[in-house]
Design a binder for this molecule. Structure first.
Ligand SMILES: Cc1cc2nc3c(=O)[nH]c(=O)nc-3n(C[C@H](O)[C@H](O)[C@H](O)COP(=O)(O)OP(=O)(O)OC[C@H]3O[C@@H](n4cnc5c(N)ncnc54)[C@H](O)[C@@H]3O)c2cc1C
Length: 279
């Protein structure tokens, strides 16, 4: 059984990067994703790059989701950008709080992603399909797992249509989170976010920042490979493919890949699952 797929990219900083990313997208389009999404720098720092990439994806004939973070934003700036996205033909948003680099005061008129979801619904009704983030291993700033689950519930009740998880390597954390959400009568699809492993230093840096747990046995093996990139990739492919197999077997509704703007690692996992490019 092939599940719906989505692929996440970040906006590039140079024209050469944009050319490379176009080629990456073409490779991934062969898997017929339901949509591709583009991240948005908190505080609006990547506005042009994000909106430009979203526009390109739509022009290439694939549905695009624009990530939209509200930290530091005002109602007026959000209203203006929603109008811009609507005029571009965007139908899908990933509504987030975002993280400002340390040293920046948050400011702005939105405290949490739930405030953004509520505002978008008030302003634009059902114009956009709204995705939100959730955290099977608990958001690093949450007061407690229960408080984080309640924060997720607030986003769903404010009008989110579906959710994408932070990446994780323990399927048990995902299944438990889904069970807890269902117990609160939150019935939106909760799509696992999948991080292919291609570099151990990058993975450890990201995981420390976002609170994703790398199981000890995975961490130790990655460390033991040192600079041997081929071994890291081969082991990463095994780990992430087996994770996906368990998620699919356990009823995940779709898979969302954090592609890191590369096609090979994501395509490798999909091939292991026996999911091949479609004509
Ligand atoms: C799928 C996905 C995509 C992402 N894309 C981007 C991106 O494009 N750009 C970017 O900058 N970041 C992105 N992020 C990272 C995200 O912005 C950070 O994880 C951020 O710290 C939290 O965003 P959120 O939308 O989950 O926030 P929120 O849902 O607002 O939660 C933030 C924290 O506040 C707590 N909280 C929420 N509501 C309340 C309340 N009422 N009272 C007390 N506490 C509360 C939560 O428990 C949590 O600890 C993404 C994350 C994921 C999982």
């Amino acid at each position: 059984m092939v599940l719906p797929l989505s692929f996440e990219f970040f906006p590039t900083k140079t024209p050469e990067g944009a050319v490379k990313l176009r080629a990456v997208r073409q490779q991934l389009y062969a898997m017929k994703p339901e949509f591709c999404s583009v991240t948005y720098g908190a505080g609006g720092s990547t506005h042009d790059g994000t909106f430009g990439a979203v526009r390109e994806i739509l022009t290439e004939g694939t549905d695009a989701a624009c990530h939209f973070s509200c930290i530091g934003a005002t109602r007026d700036t959000v209203r203006t950008q929603l109008a811009e996205l609507k005029a571009m033909g965007v139908k899908r948003l990933v509504a987030l709080r975002g993280d400002l680099p340390s040293g920046y005061g948050a400011g702005g008129e939105f405290l949490y992603a739930s405030d953004l979801v509520r505002f978008i619904r008030e302003e634009t009704g059902r114009e956009f399909h709204l995705e939100v983030a959730c955290y099977p291993e608990v958001h690093p700033q949450a007061r407690s797992p229960e408080a984080d689950l309640q924060a997720f519930a607030t986003k769903v009740r404010a009008g989110a249509d579906s959710a994408i998880t932070q990446y994780f390597f323990s399927p048990e954390a995902y299944f438990r989170f889904v069970d807890e959400a269902r117990a609160l009568k939150l019935d939106v699809p909760i799509v696992p976010g999948i991080m292919p492993i291609t570099s151990s230093t990058q993975l450890m840096r990201f995981s420390d920042a976002c609170g994703a747990e790398i199981p000890r046995w995975v961490r130790l093996r990655l460390q033991s490979f040192g600079d041997d990139v081929d071994s890291i990739k081969a082991f990463g492919l095994d780990v992430v493919s087996q994770l996906c197999e368990r998620l699919v077997a356990g009823g995940a509704p779709a898979l969302h890949f954090y592609t890191m703007n590369q096609a090979a690692a994501t395509l490798g996992v999909l091939q292991r699952l026996g999911w091949h490019a479609q004509p």
